[in-house]
Ligand binder design. Structure first.
Ligand SMILES: Cc1cc2nc3c(=O)[nH]c(=O)nc-3n(C[C@H](O)[C@H](O)[C@H](O)COP(=O)(O)O)c2cc1C
Ligand code: SF4
Length: 416
């Protein structure tokens, strides 16, 4: 077989960064950070992705602060971690790859306990009842004030400055999936009536201010990428028209590239993955209070969704038509034909999540012409493995009995 997608192996400039080809390893929260320590396993995982041919690998997610975490065992971009992050980025560079830190604050999407979260209530665009807190017993969230927003902007800037110090080549600001910045973008969370709430331009004001300050601080040295949800995946949330407006605002603000995702962690997780989580996880929890809370707040989308390749292509093309900034297509890329159709549709890069968890060497196979379709079945079991002791992995790739045992343990933990 000879290589049939030469255009995918041409270099690409995003801001100050030159990528060796068009393949980006999307953020797939690897875990592997017990008590926040950046493990050798995490460094090896990303070195392996670079060795397998990706131009840019994304480390996810790196919290802007301790309070910015969703779970305790998560990486934080602070001074204490610079040396370990430096070892990770050196490992990627040794294989000719570039490396990106996905920089995120969870806002109210946090499961930190009262002992672990320093603020009394999780921060968000608006206050009131915190449906995510039904699980962590944090039933109310705090509406951010102007001074909270100024401090948060500084927190993002500092995290990105530390990313530069740690040897990262790019930062990816997470404005999607229901984390803090998307809690401003989405009308599901943003009920404000001041300059930061209302129509989509106003809801984007704070995220755009953060982007602008990050660009000022590190944009000459690092590629500044934004990942966002082009729709929230539910009727009451942002639709594609708002997604187009977000892209225009990002372009005007100067983002070097946007990675186009979809959906929200709580309201429409299948919007992110194009398919449902494994049914064991989707089963309602046994505790009736939590079950009732979940039902009442529509915390999970219970309707099974069947995976299809390139599930975000139609909507992503609408974004492509609206802006000229570099865009990465993401969602259900499984084979050489999918890559070709994304590039033919005018996308500058292709971001890959599950297929690289399944096989870090897939891109090298595509380059050499020895591989075509990924063996990933989009079963989403790896999603439930994120906080297992061994971290995110493909259950198809683990050896027999241990994979089933690990998956089962995780499914039980995830549905507890
Ligand atoms: C195990 C796993 C963990 C993920 N963690 C993150 C994350 O931390 N941040 C993020 O933006 N997206 C995360 N995602 C979503 C992926 O980046 C991507 O949007 C999604 O998997 C669709 O792309 P794919 O069809 O190529 O897998 C995760 C996906 C998987 C499978
Ligand atoms: S567990 Fe493996 S096969 Fe299933 S979605 Fe994840 S990477 Fe693909």
């Amino acid at each position: 077989m000879t290589q049939s997608i030469p255009q995918a192996f041409e270099p690409l400039a995003i801001g100050p960064l030159k990528l060796r080809n068009r393949f980006i390893k999307a953020a797939t929260n690897e875990g592997m950070c017990k008590k926040g320590i950046i493990s050798k396993g995490l460094a090896q995982f990303h070195a392996g992705i670079a060795q397998g041919g990706a131009a840019l690998t994304t480390v996810a997610y790196c919290a802007t602060s301790l309070d910015g975490r969703t779970f305790v065992d998560q990486a934080v971009l602070n001074e204490a971690n610079v040396a370990d992050f430096r070892a990770l980025t050196d490992g990627v560079h040794a294989h000719g790859g570039a490396v990106c830190a996905q920089v995120t604050h969870a806002g109210c999407f946090t499961f930190l306990s009262h002992d672990d979260l320093q603020t009394s209530r999780p921060l968000s665009a608006s206050g009131g009842f915190n449906k995510v807190g039904v699980l962590s017993r944090r039933f109310t969230k705090k509406r951010m004030t102007q001074s909270d927003m100024a401090a948060m902007t500084e927190e993002f800037v500092q995290a990105c400055v530390l990313a530069r110090e740690s040897g990262f080549d790019a930062v990816e600001l997470h404005m999607g999936h229901g984390y803090l910045l998307s809690q401003f973008v989405s009308p599901l969370y943003n009920k404000r009536r001041d300059a930061y709430g209302g129509n989509i331009a106003k809801r984007m004001k704070f995220p755009a201010e953060v982007l602008s300050r990050v660009l000022d601080a590190v944009g000459n040295d690092l590629a500044v990428i934004v990942k966002y949800s082009i729709t929230d995946g539910v009727k009451a949330g942002n639709g594609i028209e708002e997604g187009i407006e977000v892209a225009r605002i990002l372009e005007r603000t100067g983002a070097h590239m946007a990675v186009l995702s979809n959906g929200m962690n709580v309201e429409s997780v299948s919007g992110i993955f194009g398919s449902s989580l494994p049914s064991e996880v989707r089963k309602p929890p046994e505790n009736w209070v939590i079950r009732l809370g979940m039902r009442m707040q529509h915390m999970a989308d219970f309707k099974p969704v069947t995976f299809r390749e390139m599930y975000l292509l139609e909507n992503s093309k609408r974004i492509r038509e609206a802006v000229r900034m570099p865009l990465a297509y993401l969602g259900g890329v499984q084979n050489v034909g999918n890559v070709r159709s994304a590039l033919d549709a005018g996308f500058d890069a292709v971001a890959l999540g599950r297929v690289l968890v399944h096989d870090a060497n897939l891109i090298e196979g595509w380059r050499s012409g020895t591989a075509d379709a990924s063996g990933c079945t989009a079963c989403n079991h790896c999603v439930t493995m994120m906080y297992s002791p061994a971290g995110t992995a493909c259950i198809e790739r683990m050896d027999g009995a241990s994979s089933k045992a690990a998956a089962q343990a995780n499914l039980i933990a995830a549905s507890a």
